[in-house]
Design a protein around this ligand. Structure first.
Ligand code: B12
Ligand code: SF4
Length: 364
């Protein structure tokens, strides 16, 4: 890690301009691709959030409305917060050509590229703590808390204000030089650091993501109806996947990347240097039948430390059953589904029955 000249000593005032520069350097030394700083005024984003909730676009994600205005007012979540240090970390583990190949192979399972390796919450949180401790070494005790999608925080709006990119029409944050394959994290702090300039919106007249979305979840630019989004249907939704979306889900068994894959700005994306984000258990090229054959202990063991574990074994089988229903009709596919026809979970049985019907097997 680079050593910078002292920014403060007990007798002198802190030079916050120099401190901000140093924080950005330390952040990059710790593996973040970019660090920006913003204030806590999210009034424009708050209006959109309130409207989004009012329209019910969050579906069953009750946590999105549970905390009232704390999500859009950082000072209500952590009193005393003056600034937010926003960071981004690239996660792309393989080329878009490889992703497209997997997506196009109906016998293979497509899992969102963000979830192939170690859980990002753990990776980013550890680094953010290290960054906060580095700041503490320099200025002494200060008020802060770190977040990685771990509390009511409006991460994209903060990152946009901090200059890390703009919220694209697909609603992910995009950076002109790096695309959108990155995670976000934050440090809320009481240090009065100078703030950065927001990035310019640069989608222009493009609407590629709206058109490619398999379930038409981006109902208008910047407006995502999560209830239609495959990411929501396969990760957040606990019950039955509405039949109207099952065919469109194709072989996407955990999340969806289509709106990012089509985005022209991702031509500038770079592969992540993080070893932690490399695919585990060959999840980037797994066969549907093989994943469907795992028993619960295998699922739990193999998914240790992965964000996929959070959906649980039943949702895992549910999603795979849908994808197998969409796979070409072969004796192996039908046999794999038949093996699960009498599964103890009614949810799994229902999705397996639907899948077998797609292969012209009547419900039992
Ligand atoms: C809830 C959630 C979801 C939900 C809903 C997504 C959504 N768009 O809100 C679901 C489950 C669908 C989801 C999916 C995904 N997610 Co998610 N998700 C979140 C979470 C927890 C909250 C997002 C949020 O605040 N939504 C509230 C709504 C109101 O926000 P919004 O739709 O972005 O709307 C904003 C703008 O579009 C604008 N706006 C809204 N309406 C209007 C209308 C007009 C006219 C205008 C001009 C603007 C405008 O203002 C809003 C507020 O800023 C964040 C983590 C966090 N704590 O922030 C991660 C997060 C956004 N997710 C992330 C990821 C990686 C994904 C997926 C790519 C995962 C995957 N491959 O399956 C997909 C992408 C799908 C997509 N196109 O958005 C990353 C995004 C990183 C990035 N580069 O942007 C985050 C930041 C997690 C992280 N820490 O890295 N996610
Ligand atoms: S695909 Fe086009 S419209 Fe969608 S986010 Fe990318 S640049 Fe914006």
């Amino acid at each position: 890690m680079q050593t910078l000249p002292p920014l403060a000593n007990p007798a002198a005032a802190i030079d916050y301009g120099k401190l901000a520069e140093a924080i950005k350097q330390w952040g990059c030394d710790l593996g973040f691709q970019q660090v920006g700083i913003t204030d806590t005024n999210l009034s424009a984003a708050e209006n959109h959030l309130v409207q989004w909730l009012k329209e019910g676009f969050h579906g069953e994600m009750a946590y999105m409305e549970r905390h009232g205005s704390k999500r859009s007012r950082p000072g209500e979540l952590l009193p005393g917060t003056l600034r937010v240090i926003s960071v981004r970390m690239d996660y792309l583990p393989e080329s878009s050509a490889a992703m497209q190949d997997e997506l196009n192979n109906p016998f293979k399972a497509y899992l969102s590229r963000y979830a192939l390796g170690r859980d990002y919450h753990k990776v980013l949180r550890t680094r953010l703590h290290a960054l906060a401790e580095r700041i503490e070494d320099e200025v002494g005790g200060f008020g802060y808390r770190v977040f990685v999608d771990s509390a009511p925080v409006l991460e994209k709006a903060l990152a946009e204000k901090a200059g890390l990119g703009w919220i694209g029409k697909h609603t992910n944050l995009i950076n002109r030089r790096a695309g959108s394959w990155f995670f976000l994290g934050e440090i809320y702090t009481d240090l009065p650091l100078p703030v950065d300039v927001p990035a310019k919106e640069s989608c222009g007249s493009c609407t590629a993501c709206l058109q490619i979305c398999p379930t038409q979840a981006i109902i208008a630019p910047y407006r995502l109806d999560a209830r239609r989004c495959i990411s929501y249907l396969t990760i957040e939704l606990r019950g039955s996947i509405p039949v109207e979306f099952r065919t469109a889900i194709g072989n996407r068994v955990y999340g969806c990347d289509d709106c990012q894959l089509i985005c022209p700005w991702n031509r500038f994306a770079r592969l992540s240097p993080e070893h932690d984000f490399l695919p585990r258990h060959s999840l980037n090229a797994a066969q549907l039948i093989e994943l469907f054959s795992w028993d619960e202990p295998s699922f739990l063991t193999k998914m240790e430390g992965s964000p996929i574990r959070r959906i649980g074994y039943i949702s895992w089988l549910r999603n795979l059953a849908v994808a197998l229903g969409n796979a070409p009709t072969t004796p192996d596919v039908i046999e794999a589904l038949r093996q699960r026809r009498d599964h103890p979970s009614a949810l799994v049985r229902e999705h397996v029955s639907w899948a077998l019907e797609q292969h012209a097997e009547p419900r039992n």
